[in-house]
Ligand binder design. Structure first.
Ligand SMILES: [Zn+2]
Length: 188
């Protein structure tokens, strides 16, 4: 196999791995830009990011909704859900505004091209947002009430480690078997 092609395959694999973490990096970047430390400050941060946050009686299965109405951004939270759930739902819905309801966002910035993957992106964004809070007790409580946050983070770490392992094996194989002698050198 061509060396350049093998090298580029390893690079493409590593670039793809980096891309799946884009939602988490976006969350950390936005959290820092908005000067948000604790999850109690998330509502104010979302409002500073241009989202009106309101509470309503939503169906029991629905924790929250992100919507655009007349060019205004809304995050509607189910007032009947426990506070620890809403502290996770709020950054999840904020993720939909930042990642999916943002017309200015180019396709290159998308961690996933498929529409059906948007929920995973929002979970990853919310998990990173919660994980980055400086209040240890608050962080632990929210993670306990929202096991999907830990699940998505663990899944992403496993996928990344698997991808890095494959890239490493590919690189080693290329080094060991890639530089074959030409026909004119064989038999000398
Ligand atoms: Zn969602």
């Amino acid at each position: 196999m061509n060396c350049n092609r093998e090298n580029s395959s390893v690079v493409i694999l590593l670039q793809s791995l980096a891309k799946i973490w884009v939602p988490a990096m976006k969350a950390l970047e936005l959290k820092q830009n908005l000067g948000t430390c604790s999850l109690a400050e998330s509502q104010g941060a979302a409002e500073r990011a241009g989202c009106a946050v309101c509470y309503a009686d939503l169906p029991a299965k629905v924790s929250g909704v992100a919507a655009m109405i007349d060019d205004r951004r809304y995050i509607v939270l189910n007032r009947n859900k426990p506070l620890q759930n809403l502290k996770y739902t709020l950054p999840h819905e904020l993720a939909h505004h930042v990642l999916h309801l943002n017309a200015a966002r180019s396709d290159d910035e998308r961690g996933f091209p498929a529409k059906g993957m948007e929920e995973l992106e929002a979970h990853l964004f919310a998990a990173a947002w919660v994980l980055a809070t400086t209040n240890h007790k608050e962080r632990e409580e929210v993670l306990q009430h929202n096991p999907e946050a830990g699940f998505i983070l663990m899944s992403w770490v496993m996928v990344s480690l698997g991808g890095i392992g494959i890239a490493l094996v590919g690189y080693i194989c290329q080094k060991l078997f890639g530089a074959r002698p030409s026909n004119s050198e064989i038999g000398k």
